[in-house]
Design a protein around this ligand. Structure first.
Ligand code: COA
Length: 374
C-alpha cells in the first residue's frame, strides 16, 4: 500500500493570554454585581444567588492554568464577557482563514513545501465562522493553492477525522498533498457567565501537511500507519446554535445556543470509550501498548488524560509519554492533540511509534498511529 506521511505541522498561537486569576477576577465581579442588583429577589428566594469561581478549583479539576485568546478585553470586561471581534468585510480575510493561513505557513515550511505542491485544503474544526463559502476555499485563495477545499466539523475530533480523510484521498490519488487546518476560536462559543465551564476553552490554529512518502523531502516526517474513527451519539456536550434559530426566535440568546456540557458524565463515559478504542486499534495493528513511545491526547482535562494513559499502558504514564499543553492553552478543541504533537515530537527517533488521539462531542474519537521516519 502507498505510504502516507505527515511531513509538517504548524501552530498559530494568538498574542493574548488570560490566566485563571484574571478570568476568575472578571467572573467574580460579574457575580458580585449580579447578586447586588438582585439582592431583594435573592433574599425573597425568587432569584438564586450566583456563586463565585475559584482559580484553585479550575486548576485542580482540569489542569488548566491559562489560555490564549483572539480578544482579551471583551472576555474580561464583566459587562461584556465575550470576545469582541468586529465582523470582517467580505473583501477582508475571515478570522478563521487568517489564523489557518498563519499556521499553514509554518507547516508548509516544516514540510519543505510551497502552495504549488498542495492540491487540497481541509478546514476541520468545531466552529465555522459562516456556513458558506467554505473557509477552506478562502484559505486556498489566500495561499494560492489550486485544486479544491472543504470544511468539516466533528467537534473536538475534527483534526483526526480530517487527517484520515486527507490520507485516504492522497492514497487514492485525488491529491498529491493536502493541507489540513484546525482554526479554533473556542471563546466564541464559550459562556463566560457559566461557572461550571467559563474556564474551559482557548483559541489557536494548527496545520498539518499530508502527502505520499515518495514526494516527502522533509526530515523526520511521520508515516501514518493506521487511522481509526468512532462515534456514538450523546447529548452530554451540545450546542444548539444554528441556522434554524431565527425560525424559533423565543430561543435566541438562550444558554443552549453556546457550549453546554455535563462535565462529570463526559469524563465518566468518554475515558473508557477512548481507552478501548486505542487498545482495540493497537491490537488490530498487532502492536503492544508498550511499543508506543508517545501519545498526543486531546487536551480537555489532565485527569482524563491520566486515566486514559493508565488504562492503555496498564501503569502510571511518565509525563513525556503523553505531554499535555492544556495547562498553557486550555481546551482548544480539535487543535489540542495537534499542538501537543507539533511541540513534542521532534525529539523522538527514527522508527519510534506514537499515537494522536482526539475525542469530544458526538461523542466522537479518532486515532492516528504514526511511525517516525529518517
Ligand atoms: N469554581 C469553584 N467551584 C466550582 C466551579 C468553579 N468554577 N465550577 C464548579 N464548581 C463546584 C461545583 O459547584 C461542585 O460543587 P459541589 O460539589 O458543592 O456540588 C464542585 O465544584 C464539583 O463540580 P463538578 O462540575 O462536578 O466538577 P468536576 O470535577 O467534574 O470538574 C470539569 C468539572 C468540567 C473540569 C470536568 O468535569 C471535565 O473536564 N469534564 C470533561 C469535560 C470534557 O472533556 N469535555 C469535552 C469538551 S470538548
Amino acid at each position: 500500500m502507498t505510504k502516507i506521511v505527515i511531513s509538517g505541522t504548524g501552530v498559530f498561537t494568538p498574542p493574548h493570554a488570560i490566566s485563571n486569576a484574571e478570568l476568575v477576577d472578571s467572573f467574580n465581579s460579574y457575580v458580585r454585581s449580579h447578586n447586588e442588583a438582585h439582592a431583594e429577589a435573592i433574599a425573597a428566594g425568587e432569584v438564586e444567588a450566583l456563586q463565585e469561581s475559584s482559580a484553585e478549583f479550575i486548576c485542580k479539576a482540569s489542569g488548566i492554568e491559562a489560555r490564549y485568546v483572539m480578544n482579551k478585553s471583551g472576555i474580561l470586561d464583566p459587562e461584556i464577557m465575550a470576545p469582541r471581534l468586529p465582523q470582517r468585510a467580505n473583501d477582508e480575510p475571515s478570522y478563521l482563514a487568517e489564523m489557518a493561513v498563519a499556521a499553514a505557513h509554518k507547516a508548509l515550511a516544516r514540510a519543505n513545501k510551497t502552495p504549488a505542491d498542495i492540491d487540497a485544503v481541509i478546514v476541520a474544526c468545531s466552529n465555522l465562522e459562516r456556513p458558506y463559502p467554505a473557509i477552506a476555499v478562502e484559505v486556498q485563495e489566500l495561499l494560492g493553492i489550486e485544486g479544491f477545499g472543504f470544511d468539516m466539523n466533528v467537534a473536538c475530533s475534527s483534526a483526526t477525522f480530517g487527517i484520515q480523510a486527507a490520507a485516504d484521498m492522497v492514497r487514492a490519488g485525488h491529491a498529491r498533498a493536502i493541507l489540513v487546518v484546525d482554526p479554533e476560536i473556542c471563546t466564541g462559543h464559550l459562556n463566560f457567565r457559566d461557572r461550571d465551564s467559563h474556564f474551559i476553552f482557548g483559541d489557536v490554529a494548527t496545520a498539518i501537511i499530508v502527502e505520499r512518502a515518495e514526494t516527502c523531502t522533509a526530515k523526520g516526517a511521520w508515516e501514518i500507519i493506521s487511522t481509526r474513527l468512532s462515534t456514538k451519539f450523546s447529548n452530554n456536550i451540545r450546542n444548539n446554535f444554528g441556522f434554524l434559530n431565527r425560525a424559533a426566535p423565543e430561543g435566541i440568546g438562550a444558554k443552549d445556543k453556546l457550549f453546554v456540557q455535563e462535565g462529570r458524565k463526559v469524563f465518566r463515559e468518554v475515558v473508557p470509550m477512548v481507552a478501548q478504542l486505542i487498545l482495540d486499534h493497537l491490537s488490530a495493528e498487532g502492536l503492544e501498548p508498550a511499543s508506543l513511545k508517545r501519545m498526543w491526547l486531546h487536551q480537555a482535562n489532565k485527569g482524563m488524560n491520566d486515566f486514559i494513559g493508565r488504562k492503555v499502558l496498564g501503569r502510571e504514564p511518565a509525563p513525556m509519554e503523553q505531554p499535555n499543553i492544556l495547562q498553557e492553552y486550555a481546551n482548544t478543541s480539535s487543535a489540542g492533540s495537534i499542538i501537543a504533537f507539533s511541540k513534542f515530537s521532534e525529539d523522538l527517533s527514527e522508527g519510534d511509534l506514537g499515537l494522536i488521539c482526539s475525542f469530544g462531542a458526538g461523542y466522537s474519537a479518532g486515532n492516528v498511529i504514526l511511525r517516525k521516519q529518517a
